[in-house]
Design a protein. Structure first.
Lengths: 102, 243
């Protein structure tokens, strides 16, 4: 039940973020400082989220050579190709390769 | 459709859209299909994450319908499964979705020319890919825009419901020792890197990651929120320094 309520709350909040300006503001401009802040919300959340995903059950960041190298290679491929599939393939290949070698 | 009207309007279209078929719906599906392909690994990983989280699979899948946003679904499901506080998980998922405010603002003028039912329905369908494709069409005739938007939107919506359902079965079949779960941070890193169009954003991401790392042992994954809260002002400051 708690899980369903969490999903529902996320759903309603997500709809709110998609509809807010379409349904209300229409032609008014967003103030520049707000726009600038909104601009940095995505990168900040993603940066913190990626680190959080690497935290193990003991509260420590679990990251070794394989992970660091794979993430670095994935970043380069993402910058070069702007392609999610190639990024994923490159990152996972490096991850598996180094784990097999070590 | 009146062919003369179509021809007239075609004169105003850019070179990029001139090769598209006349019917907006057909053009929409043709545009949507290749852009959906990168979402497929996401859907499989989400399926794996739902099963690993211990949440009832059908309930987990319902996020595709109720939330309808891959990154936020993954955030919500992963954090709930890892025992984060419900409020923290919901907040984190909503922060991941905060970028939609920008899309909503950018689309608002175009939606002014549309009927009310479409403003309500179109808001639900406004995901990254729909925004990217439909921003190229905002100067189309309002009816053509509406048909194109609905066709792109429902195509992504149906494919997402389908592939995330398939992901529930395929995701967990992959053996644990493959470490497929590592695909999630890689996919998110890809999304992050591709979204950085100027360096203050990279600064914001690095500050956020650093704070999240330092706060790693705090309970309920609160390092996530601390990191995100630190990243935004850092990015804004760097942005102001640049000017």
């Amino acid at each position: 039940m708690t899980t369903f309520l969490a999903i529902l709350a996320t759903g309603i909040g997500t709809y709110f973020s998609r509809s807010l300006f379409i349904l209300s503001l229409a032609n008014r401009r967003i103030p520049a400082p707000v726009r600038s802040a909104l601009d940095h919300v995505g990168p900040s959340v993603l940066g913190a989220l990626i680190v959080t995903m690497l935290i193990g059950p003991d509260g420590r960041v679990m990251i070794g050579y394989a992970e660091v190298t794979a993430l670095a290679v994935a970043s380069l491929v993402a910058i070069k190709t702007r392609n999610h599939i190639l990024t994923l393939i490159a990152g996972m290949s490096v991850f598996w390769l180094i784990r097999a070698l070590l | 459709m009146n062919p003369r009207v179509t021809t007239r309007r075609n004169e105003n279209l850019t070179v990029a859209t001139m090769n598209n078929p006349r019917t907006p719906a057909v053009a929409a599906v043709r545009d949507a299909l290749p852009i959906f392909i990168p979402a497929i690994p996401f859907a499989l990983v989400l399926g794996l994450a739902i099963v690993e989280s211990g949440i009832d699979p059908l309930l987990g899948w319902s996020t595709s319908l109720i939330v309808y946003g891959g990154a936020s679904q993954l955030t919500l499901v992963t954090l709930l499964g890892e025992g984060a506080a419900v409020a923290a998980a919901v907040t984190a998922a909503l922060i991941v979705n905060a970028r939609h405010l920008m899309y909503s603002a950018a689309m608002a003028p175009t939606f002014q020319q549309q009927p009310a039912w479409f403003r309500w329905l179109g808001s639900y369908l406004l995901i990254d890919q729909v925004f990217a494709l439909c921003m190229l069409r905002i100067n189309d005739d309002p009816r053509d825009f509406r048909i194109y938007y609905l066709a792109v939107g429902t195509t992504f919506w149906l494919l997402w419901l389908l592939t995330t359902a398939v992901g529930l079965f395929i995701g967990p079949v992959v053996p644990l020792e493959w470490g497929l779960g590592f695909a999630i941070p890689i996919l998110f890193l890809g999304v992050l890197v591709m979204g950085i169009d100027h360096w203050p954003k990279a600064g914001a991401a690095l500050v956020a990651a650093g704070i999240a790392y330092l706060a790693a042992d705090l309970p309920s994954k609160s390092g996530l929120l601390l990191g995100a809260l630190a990243g935004v002002p850092a990015g804004v400051m760097l942005e102001n320094l640049r000017k």
